[in-house]
Design a protein around this ligand. Sequence first.
Ligand SMILES: Nc1ncnc2c1ncn2[C@@H]1O[C@H](COP(=O)(O)OP(=O)(O)OP(=O)(O)O)[C@@H](O)[C@H]1O
Length: 601
Amino acid sequence: MRHVLAACIIAALAAGLVAVTANEFYLRILFSACVYLLCALGMNVLLGYAGQKSLGQAGLFGAGAYSVALLTTSLDMNPWLALVLAVAISAVFGVLIAAPSLRVRGPALAMVTLAFGIVVEKVVTEASDVFGGAMGIYAIKPLTIGGVPLSMAQWVWLGIALCLGIHLLLRNLLTGRFGRAFLSLQADEIAAGAVGVPVLRFKVLAFVIAAATCGLAGALVAQQNQYINSDFITFNLSIFILLVVLFGGSGSLVGPLLGAVTLTLLSAVLARWSWIERFANGALLLFALYAMPKGLAGVLSGVFGKIAGPKAAAEIRPPADVPLPTRPAIVVDGPLLQADDVCKSYGGVRPAHNIGARLMPGDIHALIGPNGAGKSTLINMLSGVVRADAGRIAFLGADLKHATMHAICHRGIARTFQNLRLFRELSVLDNVLLGQHARMSNGFLSSLFGLPRARREEARARQRAGAILDFLGLSHLAEAPAGSLAYGLQRRVELARALATEPRLLLLDEPAAGLNPQETAELGDLLLRVRAQGITILLVEHHMDLVMRISDHVIVLDYGEKISEGTPALVQSDPRVMAAYLGTDVEEMAPASSHAVAGLA
Ligand SMILES: Nc1ncnc2c1ncn2[C@@H]1O[C@H](COP(=O)(O)OP(=O)(O)OP(=O)(O)O)[C@@H](O)[C@H]1O
């Protein structure tokens, strides 16, 4: 509520300023600040949260402006209705511009969106029959109240009200399930998919939000001026919108406001000298990128953070004996997961060849084998990170071969990664809450409007995340950035995140890698406690002492083929396993096999 109150006070002060300002020039500056703020609010979701770089926002601004122009001039539509439709049309363009983001990333995506902006600019310039070319479109209907066009002060009040409303709506969205999901895309798309975030859907959503606010800004400008031409839709505008977000602080809720107010005022001061204005904008962009990576908002929060003083160091706490939040128990008749004749090859390398496995519920299964045997590849196929070339993978009877990563997570398979894939910049709690993403049911609208359902789901997810952190002895570290922790703790946070998806099957890819003997022993105890909660585990591990101590069933791979499986004792006495580990023939190993394999531990 404090944030809402502060936003309302700022908006009321700005509105009050409008009431006492008769000067049209100042009112136009305030209106421009509102227009840029609208663009920046959506762009902040796209760039600051979802991490998608777009240089084509001018094209979306143009989509809104020309839509409202054509709807009110050619179709004589009511200006308010035209404004709403212009936003919807811009949102559709947002879907179009999002399409390339599903295939390309980083600078390549920036180039594609840049091309979109240039294409829009060229189309409206060249297609003079429709868009009026360089002459533009005149006599656009302005917004009216009771048939009377808005005065300049009323335009600014409308701009302030829209900025306030959209800011508060986006704040609802970004401080919960959706905001975390956007941030996870920016951090690591594979990890995001593994915790149940539908990566493609969320990318498109971020583009649509940015397109809608940019289109709204364009439509307002066209209606206020009652005129639009291609000079409004230049590459400079795209850069300026980007600069507003970066300079204000991308990924911060107040960043767009800080950026829009500062840069609009600066442009107004420098407007007389256009070459200085461009130079200043370029210099500020460089400055923002190099000296203030978190923008003005980052600088301010750094200053206030220092005044508040450093946080007290957290002491280590033992795990609590609390139950894990889990899915309702089901009776499984047969294996939980069954893989049959699964194959995978990369060119000449064949990490999986006709592999079959039956994972019985409630057991700890271990997948072992020498380096390069194909263990991670099998885990990747089971979790949807890579697709099997052939064979069948069935989980609780459903075929997983073509399922996406997030769908597999929704079904109840969670995983950790051989090389940690934490959301390093996010807190431990947010990492675990991301694990709850698939278990939350609040959709877009309930999150946007902060409806009771969204609040209930958030409270429930936080309570469950708290229980998981207690279970793993991490609750005292909840607010620490995950990337700041010691390696062993980071591994535990990744386990907590996987457990937060409330899996039926937990896939662990070398969870003891990099741990010291004491940490490895503690991990073993922890996994036994996880199994006791009814969660089946498949563990890839090189630490044979750990494998032999906790596993019920061991599968051995070598050169992409299953060479042995059974109880730890059975596998230990299998000469083929010893031969695979020592790189010798089976015949040579046979006499001394059981002693020798025991020696692996
Ligand atoms: N994306 C890929 N492209 C090409 N080759 C790959 C790819 N992924 C895995 N491989 C190859 O497949 C083989 C099996 O790799 P995988 O990582 O599954 O083995 P592993 O048993 O997990 O090994 P380690 O114990 O060393 O992690 C290796 O030769 C590896 O180089």
